[in-house]
Ligand binder design. Sequence first.
Ligand SMILES: Nc1ncnc2c1ncn2[C@@H]1O[C@H](COP(=O)(O)OP(=O)(O)O)[C@@H](O)[C@H]1O
Ligand SMILES: O=C(CO)[C@H](O)[C@H](O)COP(=O)(O)O
Length: 595
Amino acid sequence: MFCSLGHQPNQSCRGSSLRNRIKGPLVVTSHVGSALVHDSWRTTMSGGEQEMSSYYVGVDVGTGSVRAALVDQRGVLVAFADQPIKKWEPQFNHHEQSSEDIWAACCVVTKKVIQGMDINRIRGLGFDATCSLVVLDTHFCPLPVNNEGDSHRNVIMWLDHRAVNQVGRINKTKHSVLQYVGGVMSVEMQAPKLLWLKENLRETCWDKAGHFFDLPDFLSWKATGVTARSLCSLVCKWTYSADKGWDDSFWKMVGLEDLVADNYSKIGNQVLPPGAPLGSGLTPEAARELGLPPGIAVATSLIDAHAGGLGVIGADVRGHGLVCEGQPVTSRLAVICGTSSCHMGISKDPIFVPGVWGPYFSAMVPGFWLNEGGQSVTGKLIEHMVQGHAAFPELQAKASARCQSIYAYLNSHLDLIKKAQPVGFLTVDLHVWPDFHGNRSPLADLTLKGMVTGLKLSQDLDDLAILYLATVQAIAFGTRFIIEAMEAAGHSLSTLFLCGGLSKNPLFVQMHADITGMPVVLSQEVESVLVGAAILGACASGDFTSVQEAMSEMSKVGKVVFPRHEDKKYYDKKYQVFLKLVEHQKEYSAIMSGD
Ligand SMILES: Nc1ncnc2c1ncn2[C@@H]1O[C@H](COP(=O)(O)OP(=O)(O)O)[C@@H](O)[C@H]1O
Ligand SMILES: O=C(CO)[C@H](O)[C@H](O)COP(=O)(O)O
């Protein structure tokens, strides 16, 4: 059933593209609207001759925006563009998007990154996206996922928690597929959302539905017309097994037997490994919309966190003084930190970690098992804490007067008020439990809530900055908690590889190093998720023989941030408090639910 990662007919291999050479000047950097274009088409070769590189377009659909990059075969981003996408929250815990709006944004950013470029040198296109659920009818038109009947809003976002009741019933079945999602299915996965649609929108949505796609698979279908699903999406979010396929008994047991009856045609019965080329490549229609040449290779896609993992985990670490230099790749933990944080660890054999998703075979790096820990809100939590504080308008005004981002301003403000002590010590009496949207890992408990202890009457900028710091630290303690669970189950981790929007925040990075005691590697390209998407396009083009080869050629170490071991005792004490917080929260619930 699986395609191998092979060459597409009529496409030259990497060796021949390297033989195309031109002469001319190089390197101009300019801004085009919201796009950054770095014209390094021509790379100087020895003897003054210049090599004509091949390029790939990577498209990354995050929670808040769509990004695209033009990436060369060494993994260098030569152009970048982004565009916000619409989100609706019609009621608490319902989060919706529009697949048409998302596709339109993909077209805008792709056109921007290829502006002024010789598009014939673009050899592959790769998509990644959040694991949101897209619903289309039998004619591939959007169907409403809401009571209002608004078919424009046809995407249930990954962070939508409407299906709490449904996931509770699914977990009560104790079906064996649950072993492969950490023992407990998350409300963020697709089976509970499908059941919710069947039980709540039967006539307007469920009965009319022809196709349920994970968002990454929707994008590759839009580009190629091929409805094949990525092994990544199906294994990680839909209970598919790389080795046994669908399990009929699960779908029948949870009340979704109608999906089995038509041989899974609505949720996918053709499955391909990430990076495999799809059909005849880019369709003429999609080519027109994206501004790319028709027929270029389009890759089977990945979920965004997994693309981030590919973009960072395979880098050559020699010469950076890292302990993982002499260790297998399984000692590396990729942490993709955006709206949420995802902790991606790989292993040769399956490792069952209670409360951590997986083990998933070949869902990220082919041939390896994957465990995925996660925190459902991290970037979103920091924004929530900062924007909800009484001193936020003052912060905004002061940051904009200095032409700084609010986070750069807060970081420098913390440096100012810390005096002689390390900045992290400012939270000695302020502690946060970060599960404002439930706990994804390692407790897998969506009923957990956020906690803050140590509040005072003051509401000034100092107070806001310290609350922000305590929140960042709580997120890092959450990562430590996940790492401990993974190690207790058999992982042996030594080094973190961070990417995503939050990895641009030096305080966030330093706190992850200090609190976990592990060095943090940042990639040369800050937009590493896009490098991951481009790696897919490069594999589909046939320019690399395997995902592993593309990873080692295209992901590069940029900066390493080492932990301040002298602060360890302080963070160990704060970690003890962190663990007490959740213990106490559970005690409060037990008291309140008792007689
Ligand atoms: N330069 C920066 N400094 C601090 N935080 C940042 C920076 N850039 C992005 N972020 C934070 O990263 C988060 C978004 O990350 P991103 O990877 O873009 O998210 P997503 O993929 O979920 O759309 C936001 O919470 C944002 O505030
Ligand atoms: O569930 C996930 C990956 O398995 C991601 O958290 C989800 O896709 C959202 O990602 P992001 O925070 O980057 O927007």
